[in-house]
Ligand binder design. Structure first.
Ligand code: AQP
Length: 333
């Protein structure tokens, strides 16, 4: 059975893009993979997080993952900072990875914007930590949204360079598993920007804890154009907002874009948004309800994460210890 590593940052409440690009895929992969699911709190602090909020978001995310169908008994669910192997391997990878590689990372450019000098060094080396997350488990498959594809290519570059530098075939190459529909869900306020849990505007995203009324209002206010829905996908070119809403409908209903258009062609966005709201609410409302129930018992969630961390540690520790020995570090065991 192949091992999967997947991470999500507790930098806010997960949004529909996290769900369609990652979480839903994780749930489906559980049957035929050995899965390690990680709340990457060390990644989250690469941009400022209020400590109380970070704790709250970590627990909310654990609850959301469980509510979405992640099975923490069969698989592993934990928070990254609880397993020190991630930080130790990340340091080695900081020394393997090249500045030229990091300079090409578009996520850093997007997040840092024009104000590069004022961002943390952690944000810059974020992809090295991500490589460590995956390779500390020698995971071979990583389900991600399309936005993370470049980081996985870097992970492979790091693995190859480590193997080459130390003359061993130690780390495997990893494969990105990117879902076909809605691999990239865009902001409801701007169809050219990806939906993000840390976007300052809560109206730009559907959060997985939103109730039916909130979802309806956000979709009603979503930016659109004045045209009707076309009869085939070519009519969505240069219409990013329309394309985004149709893609979300397709991903949630299990239809292709063409099938959605067959059903709704010629419609204005008023009726289409009503139909879309129903599809979103059907999927998200039960998750939101279950999440709020799970959050009633915080101690239980903490215990699940603690158990997960112990199991994660048991896999990662020997692998990272071996990597440290290959580097020449003296290890007592
Ligand atoms: N808009 C999106 N469409 C499809 N997939 C997405 N993912 C994130 N946004 C979208 C996927 O969700 C997984 C977890 O992401 P993350 O939390 O580790 O980091 P992120 O990609 O930076 O997500 P956010 O929501 O944009 O977080 P912030 O605002 O904190 O930066 C990944 O597999 C990602 O591909």
């Amino acid at each position: 059975m192949q091992r999967i590593f997947s991470g999500i940052q507790p930098s806010g409440v997960p949004q529909l893009g996290n769900y369609l690009g990652a979480i839903r895929n994780w749930v489906n992969l559980q049957d035929d993979h050995e899965c390690v699911f990680c709340l990457v709190d060390m990644h989250a602090i690469t941009v400022w997080q209020d400590p109380a909020k970070l704790r709250e978001h970590t627990l909310t995310q654990a609850a959301i993952l469980l509510a979405s169908g992640i099975d923490a008994e069969r698989h592993i669910l934990f928070n990254q900072s609880a397993v020190s192997a991630h930080a130790r391997l990340a340091w080695i990878f900081n020394c393997v990875s090249r500045l030229g590689w990091l300079n090409r990372m578009t996520q850093f450019k997007d997040k840092a914007g024009k104000d590069r000098e004022n961002h943390s060094a952690g944000l810059y080396v974020y992809p090295n930590l991500m490589a460590a997350d995956i390779l500390a488990y020698k995971a071979t498959r990583v389900p991600v949204g399309e936005d993370q594809k470049q980081h996985l290519e870097l992970t492979n570059d790091i693995a190859q360079k480590f193997n080459h530098d130390y003359g061993v075939e130690f780390f495997p190459q990893v494969e990105a598993l990117i879902p076909p529909e809605a691999a990239r869900v865009m902001s409801l306020r701007d169809g050219t920007k990806k939906m993000s849990k840390s976007d300052p505007s809560a109206q730009s995203r559907i959060e997985l804890t939103d109730d039916a009324d909130t979802i309806a209002l956000k979709i009603k206010r979503a930016k659109t154009d004045a045209d009707v829905l076309p009869s085939d996908p070519s009519g969505l070119v240069n219409r990013p907002e329309a394309k985004n809403l149709v893609s979300i409908y397709a991903a949630l209903s299990g239809m292709s874009i063409q099938q959605v258009l067959n059903l709704h062609q010629g419609q204005g966005f008023g009726p289409f948004k009503t139909a879309l709201t129903e599809v979103v609410v059907n999927e998200i409302a039960p998750i939101a309800l279950k999440t709020s129930q799970l959050l009633q018992d915080e101690a239980h969630l903490v215990q699940i994460l603690h158990n997960g961390a112990q199991r994660a540690q048991a896999i990662a520790e020997p692998i990272v210890m071996e990597a440290e020995k290959l580097v020449g570090f003296i290890k007592s065991a």
